[in-house]
Design a protein around this ligand. Structure first.
Ligand code: HEM
Length: 137
């Protein structure tokens, strides 16, 4: 019995520590955001998956918040006013992603799949804008 409890405790701890791990750089953070978006797009109209979708949306919020502390190379290579303006704009765009992720969490939590689909479209638009401004090739 003791061993079973220990095994469960270890599994839960591993799971929690995994959930709290954040990627070490922007590329990996973006990759993880991309993976969350892929899952959300695939299950956004499946009401039975709404609780899981709400959790994934929360993860997207966490990752987009994390992404704000990095700067892409396209901004690092700038200097002076141009760099300052780009940094502000970059963080603002990611703040919008954070806000949308939070709205998405609410939409799934309240089983509003129509609204969730709309927000996912907006997120894809933000992705396009952010990448055309700051992602190389
Ligand atoms: C839901 C929205 C977004 C998704 C799903 C997304 C997803 C991705 C993915 C999959 C990559 C490629 C990672 C790789 O190389 O394997 C990437 C890279 C990148 N994204 Fe996003 N992104 C989003 C929003 C944004 C926004 C809003 C910005 C800027 C404000 C941004 C800036 C970048 C940059 C600069 C890179 C290149 C990072 C590097 O290689 O160092 N992304 N993103």
């Amino acid at each position: 019995m003791k061993q079973i409890f220990l095994a469960i405790f270890t599994l839960v701890s591993l799971n929690l520590s995994h959930a709290q791990t954040l990627p070490a750089d922007l590329k990996e953070t973006m990759k993880a955001i991309g993976a969350d978006m892929k899952k959300l797009m695939a299950q956004s109209s499946n009401a039975a998956a709404n609780a899981d979708s709400a959790t994934i949306s929360q993860d997207l919020v966490r990752l987009a918040t994390h992404a704000k502390q990095f700067l892409p190379d396209t901004i690092k290579s700038l200097s002076g006013d141009k760099r300052g303006a780009a940094e502000t704009d970059y963080r603002q765009q990611l703040s919008q992603v954070v806000q949308m992720g939070s709205d998405l969490n609410l939409a799934f939590s309240s089983n509003d799949n129509g609204k969730a689909a709309m927000i996912l479209k907006q997120l894809n638009q933000s992705k396009r804008e952010g990448h055309s401004a700051y992602k190389e090739n």
